[in-house]
Design a protein around this ligand. Structure first.
Ligand code: RIB
Length: 291
């Protein structure tokens, strides 16, 4: 079984700041680092670190060979990452003392995905494979439509939230993942409660409070694991990638959520995004150590 991920690939610039800047405020950063990021790349890396076979579909610029190489090092298949005539995307990430962040993304090459490449990649999929999408690339709607016609399960992390894109993708989505803020935005945009939305399964993450899973059987809560936060950036992506990998393995939703929550908690203890996503063995050891 394979997870196909149509997703963003960014160069993340991290700035450690005393607090997230206010409008009109200039701050001096205490540290600056760079690394591989992008919600799509992070999710692919998380699923690969969880042990899944992951094919990433994406685009970088002429300046992006390093990103493709790093994704391959982290276990992702990169055949369908192409070089396009736009700069590799980058993100400016401010992280405060509590590990909270604020992010601005320049989407660059992520918005220049090729439809031919997308079709070529998805036509290699087999029944039982999954497609994972977010809102940081073009062609998400085309990908979900094709995946549906091929019988793939479509997972969609509706971030960064964009009302029109999300509304269009909902009828094509089997499993929707979003955080509590995005869920509130979606409720406002559609006027519908989570129970009335099209996807069979909706996962609403609530940071250190865990989250909720809404299925046809009703709503259940899942817990978070308490950790000391150093950097929450990419925690949601880690959760999503691990969840997808566990579901692809055939795990029941409850245990898949537990694995995803543990991976996400461990990520929060480390600085960075794709490079800081924990490996499966580390996550399993963390779970074993829980009371
Ligand atoms: O979710 C975290 C990610 O959001 C970062 O890696 C950044 O690139 C943005 O896409």
């Amino acid at each position: 079984m394979t997870l196909f991920c149509l997703g963003s690939i960014n160069l993340d610039h991290f700035y450690e700041v005393p607090q997230i800047p206010q409008p009109g405020e200039t701050l001096l950063a205490k540290a600056h680092r760079t690394g591989l990021g992008g919600k799509g790349a992070n999710q692919s890396v998380a699923a690969a670190q969880a042990g899944a076979d992951v094919v990433h579909i994406g685009a970088v610029g002429a300046d992006g060979a390093w990103a493709k190489a790093r994704m391959a090092e982290l276990g992702v298949r990169t055949t369908y990452i192409s070089e396009v005539a736009a700069p590799t995307a980058h993100a400016l990430i401010t992280v405060d003392k509590a590990g909270e962040n604020a992010i601005v993304v320049f989407p660059g090459a992520n918005m220049h995905q090729s439809l031919t490449q997308l079709k070529t990649a998805l036509l290699t999929a087999k029944r039982g494979d999954m497609l994972l999408l977010q809102n940081e690339t073009n062609l998400a709607l085309e990908a979900a439509t094709l995946a549906g016609s091929l019988g793939l399960t479509v997972l969609y992390a509706a971030a960064p939230f964009e009302a029109a894109a999300t509304k269009a993708l909902l009828p094509l989505t089997n499993l929707l993942i979003l955080n509590a803020v995005e869920m509130a935005q979606l409720t406002e945009a559609t006027g519908l409660s989570p129970e009335s939305l099209a996807p069979e399964t909706i996962i609403i993450t609530e940071g250190s409070k865990g989250g909720r899973a809404i299925t046809q059987a009703g709503e259940t809560r899942f817990p978070a694991f308490p950790v000391k936060a150093r950097d929450t950036t990419g925690a949601g992506d880690t959760f999503t990638g691990y969840l997808a990998a566990a579901l692809l393995e055939g795990q029941p939703l409850e245990s898949a959520l537990r694995l995803a929550a543990a991976a996400s908690a461990l990520k929060v203890t480390k600085k960075g995004t794709a490079d800081a996503i924990p490996a499966r063995a580390e996550v399993e050891a963390f779970l074993k150590a829980q009371p």
